[in-house]
Design a protein around this ligand. Structure first.
Ligand SMILES: Cc1cc2nc3c(=O)[nH]c(=O)nc-3n(C[C@H](O)[C@H](O)[C@H](O)COP(=O)(O)OP(=O)(O)OC[C@H]3O[C@@H](n4cnc5c(N)ncnc54)[C@H](O)[C@@H]3O)c2cc1C
Length: 387
């Protein structure tokens, strides 16, 4: 019997497993590696199968800012001790359009925490970022310091290495069922074997409800998202070499600068989250989405926006789409709470921005399940299971 089992080894689960293992013995972490090929994979998927996730302090919501800040402060330590690099402080630029309050709300959290930010007008923006076609009336919010992007793949690897170094056992497969028994909790794995633990923390992201792993309804909504990537070649590589991570509030888009992918090529990426995106409740539908090319309508729309914003991309012929899923909660924050007695808990609901602060969300969940006193800047009640 293990003391604690973390089911799900994505960004939050691998962080929780590390924090638990560095504090106590008897930690088991259950979760598969990324499949080699998406198309033929008939199991679960994670939302971290990529090379770029934005990280920054400024956010319209205080809780996301605080958790990202605490996590960013620990990135170097995780990298150094694991020997795996995942953090690239490339900077952040928010493009604000007339009538958008996004930059002002982000600036407020930055100012409240003494984070170094700069506000730029249209002229200053055009001067500093000559590779962006800035429309009249657009303003900019720049975060200096720790903003940039992480490789979510490598961050999961780094957290997993440290969890194992600290004594955690990792089982690289999925869980089919989690059930409470008289002595603890049983986890039935994909291959039919059974593991037992005194307490279980479920961190299975978008697949939590589709796999039926929470004994209660979490009230989450899982949206399928489409991302457009363009291969950066020729003049574009030089033109975009100082590009920061960006939010374009005209479309509600996040944009990652050119990042090198495992095939050796550089890709610039844009994605948008909308309430009209497809929603998934069942396993087959969600798995099918991860295996698909996403929305062809988004592909056309996002590509046009990218070419308008960065005219040099007109010279890049190679475009493709990718898919992913986000788990939205009613509160707009992850749910970190017990869902069955004090034996089964969840840490679920990245709300489309759970990567940047994942180390802190994992730390909070690990502390809760081992009964440590609450030590987060985020009030426990705000992360409670919705009634
Ligand atoms: C397109 C896109 C862009 C994003 N951009 C950003 C960004 O720029 N910045 C940011 O901060 N966040 C971003 N996010 C959000 C971020 O990636 C997620 O919030 C984050 O991955 C959530 O972490 P998680 O651990 O909850 O889930 P995941 O990272 O998805 O991990 C869940 C894990 O559970 C495993 N699992 C599933 N089912 C089972 C099972 N039955 N048994 C065992 N294991 C299971 C999966 O294999 C996976 O490894 C983005 C998300 C998407 C989709």
């Amino acid at each position: 019997m293990h003391k604690y089992a973390v089911v799900g080894r994505g960004l939050i689960g691998s962080a929780a497993a590390r924090h638990l293992a560095e504090a106590v013995d008897g930690v088991l972490c259950i979760g598969p590696d990324e499949p080699e090929s998406r198309r033929g994979h008939d199991g679960v998927f994670g939302s971290h199968y990529d090379e770029g996730r934005m990280t920054r302090f400024v956010d319209p919501m205080e809780e996301w800012a605080a958790t990202a800040g605490r996590s960013i402060d620990r990135y170097w330590d995780i990298e150094e001790r694991s020997g795996i690099t995942f953090y690239h402080p490339a900077g952040y630029l928010g493009l604000g359009y007339p009538n958008s309050t996004y930059n002002a709300r982000c600036a407020a959290t930055g100012n409240a925490h003494g984070v170094a930010i700069e506000q730029l007008d249209t002229v200053e923006l055009r001067h500093r970022y000559p590779f962006i076609d800035i429309e009249d009336g657009v303003d900019g919010l720049v975060e200096l310091g720790g903003a940039g992007y992480i490789s979510p793949r490598n961050m999961v690897k780094a957290q997993s290495v440290l969890a194992e170094q600290a004594g955690a056992t990792i089982l690289r497969q999925a869980a089919r069922t989690i059930r409470s028994v008289s002595a603890g909790v049983e986890i039935v794995l994909w291959d039919g074997s059974v593991e037992r633990a005194e307490k279980v923390l479920v961190t299975t992201g978008a697949f939590t409800e589709a796999c039926g792993l929470s004994p209660v309804d979490l009230g989450t909504v899982v949206f399928g998202r489409t991302i457009v990537l363009v291969k950066i070649e020729g003049d574009a590589e030089q033109a975009l070499r100082d590009m920061p991570t960006m939010i374009d509030t005209s479309l509600g888009a996040y944009i990652l600068p050119p990042i090198r992918y495992p095939n050796g090529c550089l890709y610039l990426k844009l994605g948008v989250g909308e309430v009209t995106d497809p929603r998934f409740t069942d396993f087959d539908g969600l798995r099918g989405w991860f295996q698909s090319d996403g929305s062809s309508k988004d592909r056309v729309r996002f590509k046009e926006r990218m070419k308008t914003l960065f005219p040099v991309l007109q010279t890049c012929p190679d475009w493709h789409t990718d898919t992913c899923a986000v788990t939205m909660t009613r509160s707009g924050l992850p749910i970190i709470d017990y869902v069955h007695d004090d034996k089964i808990a969840v840490a679920v609901g990245g709300c489309g921005k759970g990567a940047k602060g994942s180390d802190e969300w994992g730390r909070i969940a690990a502390g809760m399940i081992r009964g440590a006193s609450w030590s987060s800047a985020v009030d426990h009640q705000k992360l409670a299971l919705p009634s």
